[in-house]
Ligand binder design. Structure first.
Ligand code: ADP
Ligand code: MG
Length: 804
């Protein structure tokens, strides 16, 4: 058992403005526990946070300042937890802090760069790397991903991939058994056999979360997300299984609302916006008080789910994320205070070992059979019925493998059945007589006998004979090896040709080598099993479906609008950047793949040469009737050292390629996610446009309601060029009444067409219909609006569209 208080760490998010720096200081001098001092600016100290103190000091295990990299966070915080999970203890890491303080960035990672990946992907990578290294145990890994919003649990890994709102996801409920163990009903567990599969699950969950989020529920700030890695391990043949869970928790924003009108008491009186965080605090307070017998875990779903992590069987770590800007000072102090309380909680982690009932049953059944047999033997109970054909066959097989077994200690175990024992003796006798009658002419033996008979069996002769025998053995071994190699080559050729046919995604264009030379471990990443591959493809394709499925049904007008929307979206820069990086990485990987293949060929050639050299030596030995020279052959030594060198080179390149592959996968998933996000935002924007188009049927009013595309600053100029090509026509169509901005002569005759066409449609058919007429109407309208806005040069009337 490991007794340990919850470890607390602080991480300060980089501030946008540098002048905020005087607000806090970090004291690392006190070697054991560093402290974070938050200094109240004077205007705040005698203002609304008027409790006379000017600075607050909080102790943490470690404090990570603004420049701390994700790598350092993983190494110092997550890796020790992952290690104890690998050893069989439960672990939890949770991030706590106000919205936008960097919880998601810390737990999951940033959406832009590979180096920004957070604790989850790094931990997955680490765990799978360790599992691969340890061949002494059989490991199984499962993943689950739970979101808790408003006291309801949702399964983010819903295999049906149909969710478009949170309510579409399967609802997860908490069940408690008589031993107070918590079970989550409806939360799916997905096996992940590789890092890649686990990463796919993470992105699937994140994408589901993003799609299900609406501006109304603000799921990302108001919900808790718990990504859990379930690890079980077992030694081969043993019935004891170790199970450990690692919860990686991204909590809801911890911001509080102040009680209005209570000036000086803000820091103590503020209430959580999120009720379940209030219950979390209650649990923490109860746990940190001595002699409290009742801990109110059951008050909220989150505290029920994390019951073991809080004061139970778990090694728990908290990361307090802080956005230390002046306006966040009270929230930051609250977060630190919360952490200080959490640090008082003592957990007791135990090894979670249990006996697997199925394995135990098998073992007991065998034991019972053995005891029965023994009993039958002791009591002399006779069985008279004849043995069945199957039993006889089974016995003969046993005898054959017994005879073939080189181990002199091996036993022929047939149980205590006298019929079987008798049959064995009969069979052996038969074998012996058969051998005597049709005994093979054993040349070597007769030769030996002759030699032995011819003269006195001196020690020397005996030695010589042994040497000859040894020599023959060597020759045979070499020949057998050569044969095997030929066979393997043929198989490889067959295999690679079938791979080419069977794996379109990875063949040809894939820079990853199809296999390893002998002696190097095969990486599951480069040679996934069929099951793995299909599940990966399934997840990927589900994302792609999200991404493209809607577009397939899009009308031309809407597609055009989407293209413009995409180009002008702030995220498109990131997508483009990632595309470029991805291209680079791909060509890097391709080059590396080619070098690896070259190295493989070289290794093959060297091995061939060594074998040939060996054969030559043996042949020489035979012709000169001497044994294989015991002195080392310098030529062979040289070849061997070259081989070793080449193998090392191969290994290094292979590891690099493996890392590159993970990066490429990650980037692809980031891009997929960004694209889904873009599509989602476009749909929302389009629907909004369509609605406002309808609500504000007099087009002149529309003028003030239509939002421009979400945009990057530089995109405005480009778009104005694009839109001006067509906008005149539409403008004339749309605006019927003589407006101050228009000078078209045709306006009155054609202007009401759009209005008419939309007014005739039922309300529900306007947004998101895929109805090409409506869509082109909307597009036309939007373009016109853009054009007018630009022409009138009234930037102040542009409502700003949230860029992300
Ligand atoms: P939260 O999940 O606490 O609401 P986020 O993790 O979403 O906050 O962070 C808010 C924004 O700040 C995101 O755009 C994120 O990329 C950025 N961010 C947070 N922490 C860091 C950091 N340590 N370094 C760089 N950017 C960060
Ligand atoms: Mg977040």
């Amino acid at each position: 058992m490991v007794k340990q208080t919850i470890q607390i760490f602080a991480r300060v998010k980089p501030t946008v403005r540098k002048q905020q720096q005087g607000i806090y200081s970090i004291d690392e001098d006190e070697k054991l526990t560093p402290s974070l001092e938050i200094i109240l600016p004077r205007d705040l100290a005698d203002g609304f946070v008027n409790n006379k103190r000017e600075s607050y000091k909080f102790k943490f295990q470690r404090i990570f300042d603004q420049d701390a990299k994700q790598e350092a966070i993983f190494e110092n915080i997550a890796k020790p937890v992952a290690e104890s999970v690998l050893a069989g203890y439960n672990g939890t890491i949770f991030a706590y802090g106000q919205t936008s303080s960097g919880k998601t960035f810390t737990i999951t990672g940033g959406a832009e760069r590979y180096s920004d990946r957070g604790i989850i992907p790094r931990t997955l990578s680490y765990i799978f790397e360790q599992l691969q290294k340890d061949s002494s145990k059989i490991y199984t890994t499962h993943i689950s991903y739970l979101e808790i919003y408003n006291e309801c649990g949702y399964d983010l890994l819903d295999p049906r991939h149909e969710a478009s709102t949170l309510e579409d996801l399967p609802k997860v409920t908490v069940l408690e058994d008589p031993d107070q163990n918590i079970h989550l009903k409806n939360l799916s567990l997905h096996q992940a056999t590789t890092e890649e599969e686990a990463l796919n699950l993470l992105f699937l969950g994140d994408t589901n979360r993003m799609i299900a989020e609406t501006p109304m529920n603000q799921a990302s700030t108001r919900s808790h997300c718990i990504f859990t890695i379930h690890l079980s391990s077992k030694e081969p043949g043993s019935a004891t299984v170790r199970r450990a869970k690692l919860h990686l928790v991204d909590l809801a924003g911890s911001e509080r609302v102040a009680k209005t009108g209570v000036g000086g008491q803000l820091l103590t009186e503020a209430k959580y916006i999120n009720l379940s965080l209030h219950y979390l605090e209650q649990v923490i307070v109860a746990l940190s008080e001595k002699h409290r017998s009742h801990i109110p875990y059951r008050n909220s779903m989150m505290t029920s789910v994390l019951r073991d992590s809080l004061g139970g069987n778990c090694m728990t770590t908290m990361i307090a994320t802080l956005s230390l800007e002046k306006r966040n000072i009270d929230e930051s102090i609250s977060t630190c205070r919360f952490a200080q309380r959490v640090a008082l909680i003592r957990n007791e982690a135990v090894l979670n070992e249990e006996i697997d009932p199925r394995l135990m049953i098998l073992r007991l059944q065998k034991e019972i059979q053995e005891l029965k047999d023994e009993l039958a033997l002791v009591t002399g109970e006779q069985r008279t019925e004849a043995l069945t054909e199957a039993e006889l066959l089974q016995l003969e097989k046993l005898i054959t493998s017994f005879l073939e077994d080189q181990d002199p200690e091996s036993k022929l175990e047939v149980g205590a059945d006298m019929r079987k024992i008798h049959h064995c003796f009969h069979y052996l006798k038969k074998l012996l007589t058969d051998k005597k009658i049709h005994g093979p002419s054993r040349a070597p033996f007769s030769e030996v006998k002759d030699q032995v008979n011819q003269g006195p069996s001196t020690e020397e002769e005996y030695k010589k004979l042994r040497e000859i025998l040894q020599q023959r053995d060597n020759e045979i071994n070499i020949l057998v090896n050569m044969l095997k190699k030929e066979k393997k080559k043929a198989q490889d050729a067959l295999h690679s040709s079938s791979m080419d046919r069977g794996e379109p995604r990875r063949s040809q264009s894939s820079p990853f080598p199809p296999g390893n030379p002998e002696g190097l471990r095969t990486l599951p990443l480069s040679a996934p099993t069929q099951a793995q591959d299909s599940s990966v493809i399934q997840y990927r394709s589900s994302l792609l479906h999200r991404k493209t499925g809607v577009r397939e049904e899009m009308s031309l007008g809407r597609q055009e609008a989407f293209e413009i929307f995409k180009r002008d979206h702030a995220d498109s820069v990131t997508i483009e950047d990632n595309k470029q990086i991805l291209k680079q990485r791909f060509s890097e990987a391709k080059a590396l793949g080619e070098s690896i293949n070259e190295a493989r060929r070289k290794i093959g050639r060297l091995k061939e040469e060594i074998t040939q050299r060996h054969v030559q030596q043996v042949a020489l030995g035979i012709s000169e009737n001497t044994t294989v020279p015991s002195a080392p052959d310098p030529m062979e030594e040289k070849l061997r050292s070259q081989l070793e060198e080449e193998k090392t080179r191969y290994k290094t390149m292979f590891m690099r390629l493996k890392a590159l592959k993970v990066e490429i996968e990650h980037l692809q998933l980031l891009m997929d996610k960004a694209k889904v996000k873009l599509q989602k935002e476009f749909d929302a924007w389009w629907a909004e446009e369509a609605t406002s188009l309808q609500v504000n049927s007099p087009p002149v009013n529309l003028f003030n309601h239509v939002k421009p595309f979400p945009q990057t600053p530089e995109s405005q100029h480009k778009r104005s060029q694009l839109l001006s090509n067509q906008s005149d026509v539409y403008t004339r169509k749309i605006l019927p009444s003589p407006g101050p901005l228009l000078h078209s002569q045709e306006q009155s005759s054609t202007g009401t067409r759009l209005e008419d066409s939309i007014a005739k449609r039922p309300v529900s058919s306007v947004p998101l219909t895929g109805d090409s007429q409506t869509d082109s109407d909307i597009l036309a309208f939007i373009k016109a609006r853009q054009s007018i806005l630009q022409r009138t040069d009234r930037p102040s009337s542009l409502p700003s569209f949230p860029s992300t």
